[in-house]
Design a protein around this ligand. Structure first.
Ligand SMILES: [Zn+2]
Length: 391
């Protein structure tokens, strides 16, 4: 079937025009992609969100039932609220060999390149199938791709490898940190502040927890360390705190959030156990002596696994070969690669655009980054046609 052929820039312009900020629906964009693929005779399979307001898309080109190379990207973008843009963020605007628009770098540029390469993939007699995996809600904790990954090995063949096209300026990334976010809720007992011993001060308890978190943060700075990351250690940050009601009331409630950016190999469960044990040992007994109803609730709000491809990764070897590079990099931002890798598909991160522009006002992708990605996909198609071993 001879469907329409568009340049990556033309497709990027269409994709940017859909406002797929994470809290909004991405279904209009997905329908566009589905229609585009259908015009090329490629069938799409959707994995909807629980509320059916969003969907991931899976499509495959080439032999059926054979593990192939998945090209993966997210359709959602971060909000533009509070940012000052020189042009409409949802209208792709070309200035100085750059395309400006929300998501141009992160990561509709990659999606556009993948879609633009579809006619070329179809022309080839692929020995190794190339599949397309577009997710949602990546920017709010790699949430949308998880139901799709749950279908891998059932509805979808487990990919032989996954290329995640997050913006790396087309360099090969084989490791990243994994963010973990905790919510802590402290329930004390209110009292008139002149009668403090009758109450349990939730903010004071939060203060004790903050000290323990600061100790953990200091320890993480020294062990483990991996110099290829910047910073070369796992970070722990308290990111939000609120509590208290008035200046003359012992605060009954305090909530705090903290975030760990774990290096591959950091035992996140051990951090979780440690903070819970500290709360149980150092805080809760004294709280309960005054107020039996008081307590501390600690929960993990979101966890994205760190990613480490490992030294023998076929995905990394293929990406290096196809990109013509001989070195890999580690980054501190998270992607869906750790999740794919956990699900049994060797993964690698390489995509057009610079992470420095991602999430910023006047986000852009350089024209030559799109060209470089198209050349990468062209060589990937040639490799998949030969079906030669990677090494
Ligand atoms: Zn992204």
């Amino acid at each position: 079937m001879n469907g329409p052929s568009y340049s990556a820039a033309e497709l990027l312009s269409r994709l940017v025009h859909f406002d797929t900020t994470s809290h909004k629906s991405n279904l209009a964009l997905i329908a566009f992609v589905e229609d585009y693929l259908a015009q090329h005779g490629v069938e799409s399979h959707l994995v909807p969100s629980a509320d059916a307001a969003k969907a991931s898309l899976y499509a495959s080109i080439g032999p059926i039932g054979v593990p192939g190379v998945a090209l993966s990207g997210h359709t959602d973008v971060v909000p533009v609220e509070g940012q000052t843009w020189s042009s409409d963020p949802f209208v792709l605007t070309e200035r100085d060999h750059r395309f400006y628009g929300r998501g141009s770098a992160d990561m509709k540029g990659f999606l556009a390149c993948v879609l633009a390469a579809v006619p070329d993939f179809l022309k080839r007699k692929l020995a190794v199938p190339i599949s397309i995996v577009f997710s949602y809600d990546e920017e709010v904790g790699c949430i949308g791709v998880r139901p799709l990954i749950a279908e891998i090995g059932r509805r979808f063949v487990t990919p032989r490898m996954v290329i995640v096209g997050e913006p790396t300026s087309m360099s090969v990334v084989d490791a990243h940190k994994g963010p973990v976010r905790w919510h802590v809720e402290i329930k004390g007992r209110a009292a008139h502040s002149s009668m403090a011993p009758l109450g349990v001060n939730a903010i004071s308890i939060a203060g004790k927890l903050l000290q323990e978190l600061a100790r953990i943060e200091r320890e993480l700075k020294t062990s483990p360390r991996a110099e290829r990351f910047d910073p070369p250690y796992a970070t722990l940050q308290v990111t939000r705190i609120d509590g208290g009601t008035a200046t003359n009331i012992v605060p009954v409630y305090c909530r705090l959030d903290f975030d760990v950016r774990a290096l591959p190999g950091v035992d996140v469960d051990a951090i979780d156990r440690r903070i819970r044990a500290y709360a149980d040992r150092e805080c809760v007994p004294e709280m309960r002596r005054v107020a039996p109803e008081s307590g501390i609730d600690i929960s993990v709000a979101n966890q994205v696994p760190p990613f480490a491809a490992g030294t023998n990764s076929e995905a990394v070897a293929l990406a290096l070969r196809v990109a013509g590079h001989n070195e890999t990099h580690a980054v501190s931002y998270a992607t869906e690669a750790g999740l794919f890798q956990e699900a049994g598909s060797p993964s690698v991160v390489i995509g057009p655009g610079d992470i420095a522009q991602a999430h910023a006002a006047d986000e852009f992708i350089a024209k030559d980054q799109l060209d470089e990605c198209m050349a990468f996909l062209d060589r990937l198609g040639a490799w998949a046609e030969r079906g030669a071993p990677v090494r």
